[in-house]
Design a protein around this ligand. Structure first.
Ligand SMILES: [Zn+2]
Length: 93
């Protein structure tokens, strides 16, 4: 078995909560805006903002990685990962 990323304990491919050993459910977080709901992304480097809109410039979308978040079914703790596409099914390196 590969060592879980960030030392997140794992059993049968599903991670366990590092706080209480509870099972963690896979999911994602969204951000609501006037354009709808969007999944959060991780982007490398510093954010650059549009002078016109004040929002983050859209070129960051090209290098961004969508964030997968696990939620502990026992204590509610959240653990997030920015996994490259080939690792989206498990939080392992
Ligand atoms: Zn927990």
């Amino acid at each position: 078995m590969q060592q879980p990323q960030d030392n997140l304990p794992e059993t049968d491919g599903e991670p366990l909560c590092i706080r209480c050993d509870g099972l963690m459910d896979r999911g994602f977080t969204i951000d609501r805006s006037h354009n709808g709901a969007h999944q959060h992304m991780w982007c490398p480097g510093d954010a650059t903002r549009s002078f016109w809109t004040g929002g983050v410039k859209s070129h960051h979308l090209a290098t961004g990685i969508t964030i997968t978040t696990y939620r502990c079914t026992r204590c509610g703790r959240l653990e997030s990962f920015a996994l490259p596409p080939e690792h989206r099914n498990a939080p392992t390196a």
